[in-house]
Design a protein around this ligand. Structure first.
Ligand SMILES: [Zn+2]
Length: 339
């Protein structure tokens, strides 16, 4: 597991290796060490009174939902950031750090998604695993991020199957007694991921060739656009402090005008004001709110990752083919966009 950092295991290995390595095969010793130290360096962070179950924290809600599908009822899974939060430049609270210090495992996306994560885990003695390890990474093609990995790999359900494999490995190291359950849960969920991928592609295949442009606020849809055969256009590459410059908005306006794009979109975790400027300047429709960096609350439109993919594919298909009754709805009425 090259990309997994097990800090506690490293510390304990120095003290435990001599006596275990002498009596066991190297591989078996490593497994024993890992399970010993993982259980020793964790604690109960759930605050829900269920001190029996190991606690897994994820950096955002999408990972938490996927992780719950793999964990089943064996682990307690919680997200550090809440539904609707901006996740790239999140500023962890003292409460987040306290909670994380008592967790048994932390899962992050990696690919530079969580700009805050390195500093967040620096002082923590808790293992973490990078769930995007092994996906085929796409690069960002514009702006100051050019050539850097696009971190939104989960927008391809095929990639999330790899996320699931990484979670099965990490959970099995954390809780070896339940390894078979994690494997079975992971296999069942991977079948659902494949089904939603097939649905998404079939839905978007119905968009005529001339209308196959997906214009969004953040460049977060590269993987979905690749899978579904859409052209991806965005105002800014990655959510950050400096975004939606006049040049970026002008570039989007010109693209929409030149290509007569029928509808444009923005995401739930950012203001749609820049995209409404594009709408105002071009007369195109606002196609609605897409979800990518966060799920909705439980009673919202995308309480799960599978809902997120279905919702986005449906919204894009309807808006680009002109069959959506709510194509002019604004993100500001969704209750998710920040001002
Ligand atoms: Zn993002």
């Amino acid at each position: 597991m090259p990309n997994f950092l097990f800090r506690c295991a490293k510390v304990a290995a120095r003290t435990l290796t001599p006596r275990t390595a002498a009596s066991r095969a190297a591989g078996a010793a490593a497994v024993v060490l890992l399970s010993l130290t993982l259980s020793a360096c964790g604690g109960d962070a759930s605050g829900n009174g269920d001190s029996e179950k190991p606690v897994v924290l994820t950096t955002f809600t999408v990972l938490a939902d996927v992780a719950r599908n793999v964990a089943g009822d064996k682990l307690t899974v919680e997200s550090i950031t809440k539904a609707g939060a901006e996740i790239h430049g999140y500023e962890p609270t003292p409460g987040d750090i306290r909670k994380a210090s008592k967790a048994d495992l932390i899962l992050d996306n990696g690919l530079n998604l969580e700009a805050w994560f390195g500093q967040f885990v620096e002082g923590l003695d808790v293992p973490h695993a990078v769930v995007s390890d092994g996906v085929e990474v796409m690069s960002i093609s514009e702006d100051s991020y050019q050539g850097k990995p696009n971190p939104h790999a989960w927008m391809s359900p095929v990639n999330v199957q790899i996320y699931v494999d990484n979670m099965v490995k990490a959970f099995s190291a954390l809780d070896p007694d339940n390894a078979a359950a994690f494997q079975a849960n992971g296999d069942a969920y991977k079948a659902e991921l494949q089904a939603v991928q097939d649905e998404m592609k079939a839905s978007l295949a119905g968009v005529p060739e001339k209308q196959r442009a997906l214009v969004t606020c953040e460049g977060a849809f590269s993987y979905l656009a690749r899978d579904a055969g859409l052209r991806e256009v965005y105002i800014w590459a990655v959510n950050a402090e400096q975004q939606a410059t006049p040049q970026q908005i002008t570039r989007a306006i010109e693209y929409v005008r030149t290509n007569r794009v029928p509808a444009v979109f923005c995401e739930s975790t950012v203001s749609d004001a820049p995209m409404q400027q594009v709408v105002g300047a071009t007369g195109t429709k606002f196609g609605g709110v897409l979800y990518v960096d966060s799920l909705s609350e439980a009673d919202g439109p995308v309480p799960t990752y599978l809902d997120l993919i279905r919702h986005d594919a449906d919204l894009i298909t309807k808006a680009l083919t002109g069959t959506s009754a709510s194509a002019t709805a604004s993100a500001s009425t969704s209750g998710q966009a920040k001002s």
